[in-house]
Write a protein that binds this ligand. Sequence first.
Ligand code: NAD
Length: 266
Amino acid sequence: MEDFVVLNNGVRMPRVGLGVYAIPVNQTKDAVLTALSLGYRHIDTAQLYKNEAEVGEAVRASGIPRKEIFVTTKLWGARDYEDAKRSIARSQRALGIGVIDLLLIHWPGEDNLGVYKALEEAYQAGDVRAIGISNFVENLFPSFIKQVDVVPAVDQVEAHVFCQQKGLRKMMAEAGVVPEAWSPLGSGEHKIFGNPVLESIAKKHQKSVAQVALRFLVQSGFVIIPRTTKAKHMQENLDVLTFTLDPDDMKRIESLNNAKSLFGWW
Ligand code: NAD
């Protein structure tokens, strides 16, 4: 399996990234530098996480050519087109890395089309390499993509072994939108680690439960952005690209799906 997916505009996006939600501001630069030193080339931040500046600092300090690192950020709470334009400018300033690789609307709001228009303009102006959405699920996704000029490259949604997003994924595949999984480990608090099915599959492959849970997503077509500040876990999570689950393992994990958000979103 290639270690990247090709987005609908030809841009390559690494399949595994580091999510930096809830990593304290004073630990973010170190976490990102550690990840980059281990071979990560994809970082997922957001205005909401308040650590865009530290992500940018790490990217600049890493010595790795800027174009080799894929950085995603997300606009939070933009009300309309004008507000979104100002919001994009704030993220550009905070990150300080020039062109943003992927810019998402973090959460649907009142004026998604107006906000997205500002993303389309930033894309057309070459300020961002790709644009997309996050948390647009079955109730919004089909109508939204019909009304926009630039089909989103990505829809980032909650996805893990208990919430596999099968219906939405089908819609995304038909529209050429790459599915990206947030909380791919259920944010660490939700029974993935003690699950007997995952434990038995992990034992069989001599991998960790986290690796099995993540590999399932990657093998199902998702880009994943697990969060950790520990180098050992970063390495484990990146290594999911190097083993394969059997069709039977995949079926057993598919049976864990209850299609519900762990956080009560849908
Ligand atoms: P996650 O599902 O990645 O789980 C993180 C937890 O798993 C942490 O407690 C971590 O210590 C633990 N962990 C990580 N790797 C491990 C390993 N190999 N072994 C054992 N434990 C391990 O949690 P998350 O932060 O909720 O989601 C990941 C990323 O998704 C976020 O950081 C953020 O970038 C993104 N996100 C986006 C949205 C959105 O609305 N778009 C919402 C939530 C999260």
